[in-house]
Design a binder for this molecule. Sequence first.
Ligand code: 4GO
Length: 476
Amino acid sequence: MKFHVLTLFPEMLEHGLHQSILGRAVEKGQLSFHMVNIRDYTQDKHGKVDDYPYGGGAGMLMQAQPVYDAYQSVIRENTDAAGSQMVKKLRTVYVTPQGRTFTQDMARELAREEELVFLCGHYEGIDERVLEEIVTDYVSIGDYVLTGGELPAMVMIDAIARLVPGVLHNEESAETESFHRHLLEYPQYSRPEVWHGRQVPEVLLSGNHRQIAAWRLEQSLARTGERRPDLYLQYQNEQKLIETLAKQKRKYIHMMELLARGRAHIVCQNDRNVLLQVEGSRHYALYAESPEAAELLLESPGGVEMLQQKQLSLTVCQERIRELLQRRYGFETERVCFQACYTRKEPLRVPCRKIRPLTEADLSYVASHCRGYEEAYLRRRLRAGALLGIFTGTEGLPTGFIGLHEDGDMGMLYVEREYQRQGLAVSLESWLINDQLKRGEIPYCQIAEENDAVVGLQKKLGLYLCQEPMWKLFLG
Ligand code: 4GO
């Protein structure tokens, strides 16, 4: 991932961002930082970049022209070598106390971009006109005023960069780490076993992983209740929703898992009716106990905001609600699926174990056998280590693959024609199921109506097929 930073003080970021974990990621080529000194773009012969504000008032403002030209240098560098006029639109973040407050969810969303531009103001700020032309996102790190945007830009870049696959050392990608949202981390201890007369909690020395996990959850709950009662209430609310959905597990497995895995947040809710948004995407899921309740939800602020979006997808699991959404809001049915979930705890036997994650180097192979998905999407999934290949051929090429979608369902299953009927699909899916079980997740998939072969495979592996359909609706 590449970060461009427009600033009057490039050294401030240059130094800070090349240390420790981020510095190592730069060396490994996973991140790159490109600082642009706005002063290099002034047309003033004394190097001046600021001037007095019209209408009077304290301090100086950064002028539009140098900021604009610095921005253009980044955008132009992005056009291809042939000098094509196609200018890539990059998300451009202006760090300002007037922005939306930066959160972990926002960091996740921004981490999906391949390139980002940060604009740092100084003095009293920047001429409004250039902001109107180049800024896509106004973001703040909190309700306080600083002398410049450099520190907040570094804060955001750090939070975003650590989510880029491969930047953190641990094998588990940030996406698959099983951390419960809305809960603070449990306390941790390292050597020595006794320090200042304080013992490391006994259970952590026991080697009993189940007990350790239970103790840590208990600690997280107690700590969150004590230190962040606001988060604790959110957590309790989500747990209640999960319990409601669990009463119709086969039907609402996707919503349960999205919540349980921390992959979605609640857009709006009244009582047990809820609209979820898959983190950092335009995918939504609706649970409502009646068409009236669905309507009430979509007429509430979060719902209205969703309806104003373009190109959104929404899953519903009730015919009458689908009809209402079609009639009242103009939703169209994109496809009908049947969900299947693996609700047992026992891992499956994997007959062939020649399986390993695919990498970005396999992009063209995957893309050629995975029609209907954008290349950028497949690249992101590959980077996240979410695609598994099976290698039973002779040439070191995969003979099939399977993947985990961004919103949590298994899919993208493919086996080369001449390797079919040898149990490769069974091995791939069993492996992926076991992987999810280790993280305490319930594996599930969404099968298109007509796909008998895939339905057969799910039954064979012991997944329960939901008899009622799910509709993926689309609003253009
Ligand atoms: C961002 C920028 C605070 C934040 C800033 C923040 N202060 N809370 N100061 O994220 C324009 C000139 C804004 C100085 C800058």
